[in-house]
Design a protein around this ligand. Structure first.
Ligand SMILES: *[C@@H]1O[C@H](CO)[C@@H](O)[C@H](O)[C@H]1NC(C)=O
Ligand SMILES: *[C@@H]1O[C@H](CO)[C@@H](O)[C@H](O)[C@H]1NC(C)=O
Length: 450
């Protein structure tokens, strides 16, 4: 009986590790989405409870597994459940990468080819305690099987601008890949200094771009000092971004943390983002975006938009931001659109958000104008509809903690404020400005629209 029980336990263990392996295939996101409707706040690690205690900042650090020991590279991969026996391991060092900070672009290209053409799955290994310099590089799929890139070491951008002459928008581009994971606790360093000095807003350059990927997982990585945007996820489907630490100086221009464009079904979970621009920006074509357990600041906060620039049509919907802490950011949770655009931004929830000294904690700005010429008043606008703000508290760095500056022609509709408590940093009352907005209030709402 005892032996049988042990065997059973062993069997269960194997089953569970294999089911973990196939979890991407089993579409964890849809599981997850099912759960969120019956979302139990107490079951989720939330900042609330401890949130007033500023000394507990350490609690907001995400759960990194930074220091994998080299000996366990393979184990840790099989720990995530892969049948390691059949998986091919492709080490960039075997393709001529030295790991001493010298150019490894060609070695990475060759290693990618090899890994991507494996028919039994592959691990592309970037060893730890090594530093690799990459010029602009593109990793293209489709690959023959599932691929994991394990980055333990440091990958550094070439600081020579001539290396980006042909395409200033991308440093590392992953495109057309299915069932791809990138993880390992390593670092991407965009060496952004030279870019920031020559910064230009048009067509921001990106450190990591994922374009047209399906079933993508990006986790346990540090990304720092990007040229401009740190991670850009474009035209992808079914994405998890988990445990990312993204940092750049507050003064670095246009250094968004995570940019989501044209992507459906994405979860961004347990990320810490301290940069000079938006913490997370979500733009047109994005649908079903969840951001949970997010720590931001400095930076420009969590932003939907800008939408409708240049009279364009924009659509975003089903955005769910839950459990976030923003400190010292210029915005908290923002929706911004240009006049003259069209389309809609709807079904958006911001909940359980703690603000500390945020200049515009809650803001919808339908008169966004980020250009040197003044923006003339125009009739059309992106329709903002069904936006819920729930359990939002903390302090505002400005007098106006709640600002709805909606368009006359297309007022904001279905906006709900529930349990809001925002005061001026230092304790004085803050104000709400509410223009062209149809509001519902539930519970205590401070400040209140006049
Ligand atoms: C992504 O995962 C889903 C769910 O398991 C699977 O059905 C689908 O084939 C995968 N997509 C691609 C492009 O491999
Ligand atoms: C709040 O932010 C403002 C700038 O936005 C800054 O001047 C001030 O020192 C900050 N206060 C605290 C208490 O952090």
């Amino acid at each position: 009986m005892g032996l049988q029980k042990q065997l059973l336990q062993l069997f269960m263990l194997l089953v569970s590790s294999f089911s973990c392996y196939s979890s991407l295939n089993q579409d964890p996101l849809s599981n997850y989405l099912d759960k969120t409707s019956a979302y139990d706040n107490s079951a989720y690690p939330t900042y609330f409870g401890t949130i007033n205690d500023e000394d507990q900042d350490g609690d907001f650090e995400p759960n990194f597994n930074y220091e994998p020991d080299e000996s366990s590279n393979f184990e840790s991969f099989s720990e995530v459940g892969s049948p390691s026996s059949s998986i091919k391991v492709v080490n960039v060092n075997d393709f001529g990468a030295k790991g001493d900070g010298t150019d490894a672009t060609e070695a990475f290209e060759k290693a990618w080819e090899e890994a991507c053409s494996s028919t039994d799955g592959a691990v592309l290994l970037v060893p730890q305690s090594k530093k690799y310099l990459l010029r602009k590089i593109t990793f293209s799929g489709p690959c023959k099987s599932e691929l994991t890139m394990k980055v333990y070491g440091i990958i550094e951008a070439s600081a020579n601008r001539a290396d980006y002459k042909k395409d200033t928008r991308h440093w590392i581009l992953f495109q057309n890949i299915q069932n791809f994971k990138i993880e390992g606790g390593g670092t991407f360093d965009g060496k952004g200094d030279i870019w920031w000095k020559n910064s230009c807003k048009i067509d921001k350059s990106r450190a990591l771009t994922f374009y047209n990927c399906k079933n993508l997982s990006v986790k346990n990585l540090r990304i720092r000092d990007a040229q401009q945007i740190h991670i850009s996820i474009e035209q992808c489907f079914n994405v998890q971004a988990l445990n990312l630490l993204i940092t750049a100086p507050e003064r670095s221009p246009n250094t968004d943390g995570i940019h989501v464009a044209g992507t459906r079904k994405i979860q961004i979970i347990s990320c810490v983002i301290k940069t000079g621009d938006d913490c997370i920006s979500i733009v047109s074509g994005s649908q079903n975006v969840q951001a949970m357990d997010i720590t931001c600041g400095p930076g420009h906060g969590i932003s939907i938009g800008s939408l409708g620039a240049g009279k364009s049509e924009a659509h975003v919907s089903d955005i769910f931001v839950d459990t976030a802490k923003l400190s010292g950011t210029t915005n908290g949770v923002r929706i911004k659109s240009w006049q003259g655009g069209s389309g809609n931004a709807n079904k958006i929830t911001f909940q359980n958000v703690y603000m500390h000294n945020v200049t515009n904690p809650i803001i919808i700005d339908q008169n966004y104008c980020d250009q040197t010429d003044p923006c003339n008043e125009q009739e059309s606008a992106v329709q903002v509809k069904d936006v819920v703000y729930k359990n939002i508290r903390g302090t505002s760095a400005s007098d106006v903690a709640v600002k709805f500056d909606c368009s006359k022609g297309y007022p904001c509709r279905g906006v709900v404020l529930q349990n809001i408590n925002l005061v001026r940093e230092g304790g004085n009352q803050a104000k709400a400005l509410c223009k062209s907005v149809k509001l519902t209030k539930i519970g205590g709402v401070t400040p209140n629209c006049p």
